[in-house]
Ligand binder design. Structure first.
Ligand code: NAD
Length: 524
């Protein structure tokens, strides 16, 4: 059954007063404001303030002032905020889900899963931060007389630039470890999806985060990006490879660090002994989860020739059974794309493939009858590297099927890309599948899963290789990247270096002999 979008009732929580309260947190005075719309209907929800360079500088000044007091608090006191926030975030999960849905158009199952990400990140770093941020005593060059201590100092103010596909997760989760480490944040969300991160900040403040420490500026990327990067001590960026290059160049010129989490063209390899029913279920999520707008989702599938036709029939049937529509309940399997502009991009990729000889096995069309930004889940066959969707990220519910003859050929095809974000390998023999996984040039590889196992393993760094990124989130480096190392060295008594008038031969002999002795005794 299809529900006409104009008859869709907005969630009761999404009141004008609530939305006005959220957007009042943005440092913004530029005219005109951005009309932030409800994706399912295209109706304006609220006018989002836009930030001028002066607004951005004001946001940094306020963040910098708040950061000094925050960093001076003992780590234990900082972590208390996140213990309380963990509960508040879970208590508010349905309200956050409402916001994510109205601004992104994704289905409710995906939206509520997104609300779990910051909670998992908080939980991991609440356990791990005390160890990572504790001073580490190392030996100095002269035993007993010297020490060197590794001290983790916060960078200062971290700029976070977030995309629209997981606005709450990318806007809030990446801030958590930075805040725990003693930094302040200036976040630039995508204009389309600023509401859920603003709500996340309100919840953090309810948990006790000092006001002013977590600032938000809004605007089109090229307008606000330069001032943002020029004022930051570190940049955490999630978005496309093209924009990542611009951000990385500017950060490099300013000699500040940056972490770039970029796009993918992720392959799924199915081995001969895989359970095809599991593979079909996995492929449905891999290709169409979040309406194909997950950076780690699957756009290329490689199947053994012997099982290609069987898989194709099952996958097409399962795709055609999907419930695609606008709803604020848990019913639909798929929601909308994020915007009518994005429909045009996805359609252009499909049209280009068809014009160059690809076959549409199912789907392939926009669905304006369901809402302004709906697109059918689409399976293509015969895609080549001459086609847009054969080489660049489509970022929509479009997947291409390819048969292969040998595993070596499948691995070579999987690696024949500039990207390296995620890969998925399916097989009955898990060890054999893992051995194939190790041969894939990808920052994340999931065996018998699409992406969740890797992404939810918060103790392991997750990032892209090749053109899919620089650095990683999660794991120890997901927190340590937001710190500078200070080497605090102590010499208890001045014994190093030759004294004026000292016999230089004796000094050199003593020094070299000392090094020999330390090596022999393994002291240094
Ligand atoms: P995008 O690069 O167009 O925009 C991302 C963010 O950067 C937005 O907030 C945008 O306003 C801002 N921006 C754009 N130009 C800028 C500039 N010159 N200076 C500063 N900021 C600028 O990407 P998108 O289309 O919004 O997001 C989708 C992309 O993000 C896809 O490629 C997807 O794969 C990628 N992504 C990657 C990950 C990951 O973890 N690797 C996660 C989510 C999304």
């Amino acid at each position: 059954m299809t529900i006409a979008p104009q008859r869709l009732a907005r969630p009761a929580s999404i009141t004008d007063r609530f939305l006005q309260g959220l957007v009042s947190r943005v440092q913004g005075s530029a005219a005109p404001p951005w009309p932030l719309t409800e994706v399912y209907t295209g109706e304006v929800l609220v006018d989002l303030p836009q930030s001028t360079p002066t607004d951005i500088e004001r946001a940094f000044a306020a963040a910098r002032a708040a950061q000094v007091e925050w960093a001076a608090r003992p780590l234990r006191a900082r972590l208390e905020v996140f213990k309380r926030a963990h509960t508040i975030f879970l208590d508010n999960a349905h309200l956050t889900t409402d916001l994510i849905q109205v601004e992104s158009g994704k289905n409710r199952r995906m939206a509520i899963e997104e609300t779990c990400d910051p909670v998992m990140v908080m939980s991991h770093y609440l356990k791990r931060a005390p160890k990572l941020l504790a001073p580490v005593k190392r030996g100095g060059p002269v035993p007993f007389l010297t020490t060197s201590t590794e001290i983790r100092q916060p960078k200062g103010v971290v700029a976070i630039i977030a995309p629209w596909n997981f606005p709450f997760a990318t806007g809030i989760s990446d801030a958590i470890s930075a805040l725990m480490a003693g930094n302040a944040i200036v976040l630039k969300p995508d204009n389309k999806t600023a509401l859920s991160p603003l709500h996340g900040i309100a919840m953090l403040e309810e948990a006790g985060l000092p006001k002013g420490l977590f600032q938000v500026v809004c605007g089109e990327g090229p307008d606000v990006g330069p001032t943002l990067i020029d004022n930051a001590n570190y940049v955490m960026f999630t978005g496309s490879t093209a924009t990542g290059r611009v951000i990385g160049e500017r950060a490099g010129r300013n000699l500040i660090g940056c972490c770039l989490e970029l796009g993918g063209k992720n392959p799924m390899l199915v081995l001969e002994d895989a359970d095809l029913d599991d593979v079909v279920q996995g492929a449905i999520f891999g290709a169409f989860g979040n309406t194909g707008q997950i950076c780690m989702h699957i756009e290329r599938m490689y199947l053994p020739e012997s099982r290609y036709e069987e898989f194709k029939a099952k996958f097409v049937a399962a795709t055609e059974a999907l419930d695609v529509r606008a709803a604020y309940d848990f019913g639909p399997d798929l929601g909308s794309l994020v915007s009518p502009d994005h429909v045009e991009r996805v359609k252009a990729h499909v049209d280009d493939a068809v014009a160059k000889g690809a076959t549409v096995l199912t789907g392939g069309r926009p669905r304006p009858d369901l809402g302004p930004a709906f697109f059918e889940p689409t399976i293509l066959e015969g895609v080549t590297t001459e086609m847009l969707c054969g080489v660049t990220e489509t970022f929509g519910p479009v997947v291409a099927l390819h048969p292969y003859r040998t595993v070596d050929e499948a691995v070579a095809l999987a690696n024949d890309t500039d990207y390296g974000l995620n890969a998925s390998v399916w097989g009955g023999d898990v060890e054999a599948a893992a051995a194939v996984g190790r041969r894939i040039e990808s920052g994340n590889v999931n065996i018998n899963d699409i992406l969740a196992t890797a992404f939810a393993s918060k103790g392991t760094p997750s990032g892209g290789v090749k053109q899919s990124g620089v650095g990683a989130r999660h794991g120890d480096q997901g927190l340590l990247k937001y710190t500078d190392v200070q080497n605090l060295a102590v010499l208890k008594k001045q014994v190093m270096g030759a004294r004026p008038g000292q016999d230089y031969d004796a000094y050199v002999k003593g020094m070299l002999g000392g090094l020999r002795m330390m090596r022999r005794t393994r002291i240094r």
